[in-house]
Design a protein around this ligand. Structure first.
Ligand code: AMP
Ligand code: MG
Length: 472
């Protein structure tokens, strides 16, 4: 499908000296229907490093803008190149290289990537997929055999990622500031055709599209809140209108529950802290709404009124999605007014006692409470009694609650200290640890799975990772 030419530039990946496959996603490869069985290993490395370009492909880097930490900037794929689209039945995927050399949008960057951050994106995006969260996927990481210079020298690498598209809120922001007034309309039609075909015939396309994106982003952020995921750079250029989680720079998972948790080294004000994520989602949606105002109605006042109504309903929509999600986390299927207080009380006790976010919910569904300080605390036990009464009213059987809880509360998340440990090994040349770790991340909800305690235990004090980096 063709986006108007304003939205991209034709580019060629930089040739690399000695590409070598570091990791390859066989499962994703077969899901996509690719068959590399006749390829020699070096053919795959050459293909996925951009050294060999498939015949007939025209590679592009995409233009976009974005609010970065609230400040508007013109951006674009500074180190990403779209190799092409892959069509599978009625589905269409972008295949993109990340770290394959400069583009017209690189500004002062070198267009390159170091192996650590590319493997990090691979691990976390795949973990997110298996946690049932919409996300871009990772097909492979190829080492380039070249060095990338950051605070020190690192081995260079290229990630191949697969997304439903790379249209962002920032793509609309870019369209608005071009001279062609019809460009936003063209982009809107393109996005609707690609992601919301049910709206093609709509009489109020722009408004319906806005509502569809509001719903989609409310679902996404609710999912992040379910598993303690902190994206870290929720700039408008990192909000994909496919509804997928993209841009795995400094993202991280929370260990002990603290709503103000921030990991990213550049998020000094806590703009993208755990608890702020829904508020920022609404802010980002407002930036999208601004770009399509003239398409919502010719009358400015009317357009503003309709867009405001849509954006304002996000708060209630999110609250109700969040509450339903939290109900499932504590095994409730029915709705009672008192549920919000019950959930808040648990979260307050968890925060006060620095209880592990993932394990607390998971352990609640066990028959007996674990022999652990938190579960013996008076405040917890007082909550526990109320919860048991509420459960009784809801399901009559603890078994039913357990099933609901086990499908909504992961046992395994990619904990920061384990991700860092696997990455460190990879940087020392051992890729087996990462591969083993990824295998474990594939069954995050499975209670039968027999894995070592270290994979679900929170870090001890000297293992804690307190800060993460963009890896740009
Ligand atoms: P991010 O914060 O990862 O969303 O990146 C913001 C922008 O910086 C994007 O447009 C990236 O393409 C660009 N960028 C990040 N790293 C590099 C790099 N090494 N070279 C060129 N552009 C980059
Ligand atoms: Mg980005």
């Amino acid at each position: 499908m063709n986006l108007p030419s304003e939205f991209h530039s034709y580019v060629k990946p930089k040739k690399v000296i000695s590409p070598k496959l570091a990791i390859f996603n066989d499962d994703l490869c077969s899901e996509l229907g690719f068959d590399f069985s006749s390829f020699k290993p070096e053919d795959i490395s050459n293909l996925l490093s951009g050294n060999t370009i498939p015949e007939g492909s025209s590679l592009i880097a995409q233009a976009y803008a974005g609010h970065q930490f609230g400040h508007f900037t013109i951006l674009g794929d500074g180190r990403a190149i779209l190799l092409g689209e892959h069509v599978l039945g009625d589905k269409r995927f972008d295949i993109q290289f990340k770290g394959s050399g400069p583009t017209p949008y690189s500004r002062n960057g070198d267009g390159l990537a170091a192996i650590g951050p590319m493997l990090r994106e691979y691990i976390v995006s795949e973990a997110m997929h298996y946690l049932n969260i919409p996300t871009c996927r990772s097909l492979a990481v190829v080492e380039t055999g070249e060095e990338v210079i950051r605070e020190q020298k690192y081995p260079g690498a290229i990630l191949t990622r697969i997304s439903k598209s790379h249209i962002r809120v920032g793509t609309f922001q870019f369209a608005v500031i071009q001279e062609d007034k019809d460009l936003v309309n063209k982009l809107l039609n393109y996005t609707i055709e690609r992601h919301f075909p049910n709206l093609i015939e709509s009489k109020s396309k722009a408004l319906d599209f806005l509502y569809a994106i509001i719903e989609q982003q409310a679902d996404l952020v609710t999912n992040w809140m379910r598993i303690g995921f902190i994206h870290g750079v929720m700039n408008t250029d990192n909000v994909a209108l496919s509804g997928e989680t993209i841009d795995y720079g400094p993202c991280a998972f929370m260990d002990h529950y603290d709503p103000l948790t921030v990991f990213s080294s550049i998020d000094h004000q806590g703009r993208y802290s755990f608890v702020n994520q829904p508020i920022i989602t609404q802010w980002n949606l407002a930036r999208l709404a601004e770009t399509i105002l003239p398409l919502i109605s010719d009358k400015q006042e009317n357009a503003l009124k309709l867009a405001e109504e849509a954006i304002n309903m996000f708060a209630d929509l999110y609250q109700s999605k969040w509450l339903d999600m939290m109900r499932l986390k504590i095994g409730l299927l029915t709705k009672e007014n008192e549920d919000k207080d019950l959930i808040s009380e648990l979260l307050d006790v968890m925060q006060k006692h620095k209880a592990d976010f993932t394990n607390t919910f998971r352990l609640l569904s066990e028959n007996t409470l674990p022999d652990d300080e938190f579960f013996k605390a008076e405040e917890f036990l007082s909550w526990y009694k109320k919860w048991k009464v509420r459960l009784e009213k809801d399901l009559k059987s603890f078994e039913n609650a357990r099933t609901i809880m086990e499908t909504n509360n992961p046992k395994i998340i990619p904990r920061n200290h384990l991700v860092e440990r696997a990455l460190k090994k990879a940087e020392e040349g051992d890729l087996e640890t990462i591969k083993e770790y990824i295998q474990i991340l594939k069954n995050p909800y499975d209670s039968q799975i027999n894995i070592a305690d270290e994979y679900f235990m929170p870090p001890n004090d000297n293992e804690k990772v307190l800060q993460t980096f963009c890896g740009t």
